[in-house]
Design a protein around this ligand. Structure first.
Ligand code: SF4
Ligand code: SF4
Length: 448
């Protein structure tokens, strides 16, 4: 509530700790998103979110239409998965996810007709409970990359008062411009999605937080805000990585701090990605579940970098072919940005609901610096937005000292990669910290 009317016009608010200056490389920011036709086959994995994998509810030989549920789960932290094409299920078999998890994947041969399911109709929205149900039925998960099921995020118990909805449009990773395009191309859906969530959850204030390197998006959003009377504020953030990380964003946009081990809702906030809020608004209008995604295809090995809307389950190789193919042999293919993305073995993997970018880098861009001894410069500590000591965590990972790793708040690392990026000795700090987190989890010491 303390933000009501605080900065209706955009302003540069509060300082946040740490972070690094990264090159923007956002050459695709001003180009309109291109819609890619359906591929001959989609491969839809049964894990498209953070939480429990879904279980297939179809079998080989079944016919499906666009929007039919093909996998679901009875677990709370999960979201149903829908067919993105009309056609026939040709196979269900195991697939290795980019993080190594092995899950079922549903292979669907498209009939090329794109016929919509007869079950698709706009949902009825009258109450908060409806909204939560609708968010689940739509299959929506955090589209900025996190993949957290939206219905879980919106399911706030009545004893928690949420006074601020923060829309994350920071998009601080180099290369990625898909959220920028959502702000520009889906502006009215962004605003109507915000108004709906505010109304249903009785939230006083909304803040749209955008980095100041997106003047076009800022203008579109500000103009749209000015045309209505809702309490929505636009906040321009300094372009500094990782401004879009949830805890960093909350501090930068509202000057609130999420204590260690707590959630944004514990301090009265809900954070939603800008593409997620726009999708929710569209779903309420047309009832078409989450079957496609806007993705930035970029990097030095791509012939024609651009934003593409592709069906969930489209193989990356097909999308790259649609973008003119490779101009040189890629030495690294990343799902996501260069700071937090996951390196893929090859381009055969399909896109997921939360894929926001595919980067293909040539040899020059893919080379990692040679690792040297730590020179105790302290730059990794200065850069850490969470106030951690990456160099100390690394040495304790090497000596497998679990007690020290716990004392050093290792589990509180959000794997932003600032420490590795800034290290003059090229030390793979974030990789070591990931290993440390795994060690703690394997030993049931996973609480921060
Ligand atoms: S990866 Fe972890 S330790 Fe390194 S800067 Fe980010 S939060 Fe800090
Ligand atoms: S930035 Fe690199 S060299 Fe400097 S203290 Fe950290 S680990 Fe050591």
């Amino acid at each position: 509530m303390f933000l009501t009317g605080y900065f209706k016009s955009s302003s540069l608010p509060f300082r946040t700790r740490g972070g690094v200056k990264v090159p923007h490389e956002k050459s695709t920011a001003l180009e309109k998103t291109v819609v890619m036709p359906a591929p001959k086959q989609v491969v839809i994995t049964t894990l498209q979110h953070i939480g429990a994998p879904c279980v297939p509810v179809v079998k080989t030989g079944d016919s499906v239409k666009v929007g039919d549920i093909i996998a679901d789960s009875d677990k709370f932290i999960s979201a149903p998965i829908h067919s993105s094409v009309s056609g026939t299920i040709s196979k269900i078999s195991k697939i290795i996810m980019p993080d190594g998890a092995k899950v079922d994947a549903i292979y669907i041969e498209s009939d090329g007709l794109g016929e919509l399911s007869t079950k698709i109709k706009p949902p009825k929205l009258e109450t908060k409970e409806n909204l939560i149900k609708i968010a689940r039925e739509s299959g929506l998960v955090g589209l900025g990359g996190a993949g957290f099921p939206t219905h879980v995020k919106l399911n706030v118990s009545d004893d928690k008062k949420i006074d601020t909805l923060i829309i994350n449009a920071a998009e601080c990773e180099p290369y990625i411009t898909s959220d920028n395009r959502a702000a520009i191309e889906d502006t009215s859906d962004v605003i109507s999605g915000i108004i709906t969530v505010k109304k249903m959850l009785k939230i006083d204030t909304a803040i749209i937080a955008v980095e100041d390197n997106k003047p076009h998006a800022i203008k579109m959003l500000q103009d749209a805000i000015n045309t209505q009377k809702e309490n929505i504020n636009l906040v321009k953030l300094k372009s500094r990585y990782p401004q879009g990380a949830e805890k960093v964003l909350i501090k930068a946009a509202s000057n609130r701090v999420v204590p260690i081990g707590k959630l944004p809702l514990d301090i009265g906030c809900i954070v939603m990605n800008i593409a997620s809020i726009a999708f929710l608004s569209k779903y309420i209008r047309n009832g078409i579940p989450l079957i496609e995604k806007r993705i930035t295809i970029a990097g030095s090995a791509i012939k024609k970098p651009q934003n593409v809307t592709a069906l969930i389950g489209t193989p990356i190789s097909e999308i790259i072919k649609f973008c003119g193919g490779y101009k040189t042999e890629p030495k690294k293919i990343l799902m996501g940005g260069p700071m937090m993305g996951i390196a893929l073995l090859d381009d055969t993997f399909p896109i997921l609901k939360n894929t926001n970018a595919i980067l293909a880098l040539d040899e020059n861009d893919a080379i990692l610096p040679e690792t040297q001894d730590c020179i105790r410069c302290g730059k990794c500590i200065e850069s850490c937005p969470m106030g951690l000591m990456p160099t100390l965590i690394e040495s304790n990972v090497n000596s497998k000292d679990l007690k020290e790793l716990q004392k050093l708040d290792t589990m509180n690392c959000m794997e932003c990669g600032c420490c590795s990026f800034i290290c003059p000795s090229g030390r793979p700090l974030v990789q070591a910290i990931r290993l440390g987190k795994k060690l703690l989890k394997d030993n049931n010491i996973s609480k921060p």
